[in-house]
Ligand binder design. Sequence first.
Ligand code: HEC
Ligand code: HEC
Ligand code: HEC
Ligand code: HEC
Length: 405
Amino acid sequence: MKTRALFIALALLLGTGHEPGAVVKAAEAGSAILPGNPLEGSQLFTDKGCLRCHAINGVGGVGGPELGQGILKRSLLDIAGVMWNHSPGMAHVIEERHVARPVFKAPEMASLLSFLYYIGSFDAPGDAATGERLFREKQCQTCHSLGGKGGKHGPALDNYSKYASPIYLSVGLWNRGKAMAGVMEALKISRPTFERNNIPDLFAYIRSFGRSVERIYAQPGSPRNGEKLFVAKRCVECHSVTPQGDPTRANLRARLIKGSLMTIAGAMWNHGPHMWGDMARRGIPMSPLTTEEMSDIIGYLYFLQFIDPPGVAERGRMVFQEKRCGQCHGSSEKGAPQGADFAKSDKLKTKSEKLRTQLEVVTEMWNHASTMEEKMLKESLEWPVFRGGEMADLMAYLVSLRAGK
Ligand code: HEC
Ligand code: HEC
Ligand code: HEC
Ligand code: HEC
């Protein structure tokens, strides 16, 4: 598999352009982990050899499980936990095939985990036949024409067939949504809503009217820019995004926006009338979005679930005990500990300045996993397995130990 092949295969799947963007700069807590370009980690996925054993939506190697279909749609530290859980199973295959076990720098780990999360955002390819049916059933045809056939209340939609991604359609719907709703009301046509894969299906049908054209690609959305736009476009005045929320604003995090990108675009559309009403009351103008802005905002909303809720150090101390990390790490009373005490820096294998943040600690945990596995085998200790939220608590605890030293 050529290095760039996966990147390009995924870019085509998404209908995005082929150029990887700026390097993901990983910082610590909260929104600072939002990637600039979530596709970027696909290069690490190839370069670090993951692609030899894992396929994503059918592209890649065999030996490990297929990682597409959103099986890794969890927060950053939970995905790190899944990787850790499977480390011995992976190590076994790595040994058999004589490939090197991949190690990471912390920003690389963040970039890779963002990518693994991002895979879950891909819309299933649209189905033109379903789209044709929806175009009729949702009455688009009553007002819009395609290939010269259909109504004339709205503009012909053939123009959209030159695009490669349904994001363009979602932008047209969003920007013209209010005007469209007015015409619908006048004609007594009930306003359609979009579920599941409706938008990609409709788009596939529209696209079938422009068979031989050169497609126009979009860039993958930047969740990091999306966060800024969410403030600039005043979404933040009506929506909160933190896990604890705010009773005066509709929380977009608690609602678990778990769908693919176009399901999120559909959810935005569906709430249009409710939203416009609120906007009028609060004097917020409906500002149109460019394609890039729409991609960034949807990417941001998708990535809200990637941010771990803050871990609790006190719970993490219990995880540390339960998983028996203390058997080797820390000032064990019985016998000489083999791993270093996290509260002291002198015996750590990793340079101590690299163990300051949760991301750094979880990265080094992965990097040292094979040595730990050997030692655990010798001591007949079972490989510790993490469930949802445990890794965040453990990391909060370890970072608090590091800060205390
Ligand atoms: C030599 C083959 C091999 C390589 C290289 C490899 N893996 Fe795996 N991976 C496996 C196998 C085998 C499993 C299943 C192990 C198990 O279930 O215990 C697995 C499991 C996983 C899982 C858990 C999947 C699930 O459904 O729970 C994740 C996530 C994962 N690998 C990610 C990666 C990433 C990221 C890389 C590159 C840094 C990588 N793997 C490199 C073979 C490999
Ligand atoms: C009641 C008539 C009506 C129905 C039904 C309707 N539209 Fe529209 N649509 C319009 C009108 C009118 C406009 C132009 C609004 C404006 O003036 O900004 C429009 C604009 C659009 C645009 C933007 C076009 C552009 O050139 O920017 C898109 C995309 C679109 N509609 C898609 C759809 C789809 C998909 C459906 C079915 C789910 C649909 N419309 C159903 C009347 C309708
Ligand atoms: C004036 C207030 C207001 C503004 C500004 C606003 N919204 Fe909303 N939004 C709402 C309301 C009200 C709902 C419906 C909530 C409900 O159903 O309880 C909603 C619903 C949504 C939903 C659907 C949530 C779901 O659970 O399905 C999304 C997504 C959304 N808004 C995104 C945005 C984005 C992105 C922006 C900025 C471009 C924005 N909103 C700006 C008031 C607003
Ligand atoms: C059987 C002994 C053993 C157990 C149990 C163990 N470790 Fe380790 N750990 C080690 C050893 C030995 C090293 C140094 C590895 C090396 O030399 O590569 C290490 C290294 C580390 C590192 C990198 C720090 C450094 O020294 O650079 C982290 C982080 C870590 N372990 C976390 C954990 C956590 C969290 C647990 C519990 C889930 C755990 N370990 C359980 C033996 C163990």
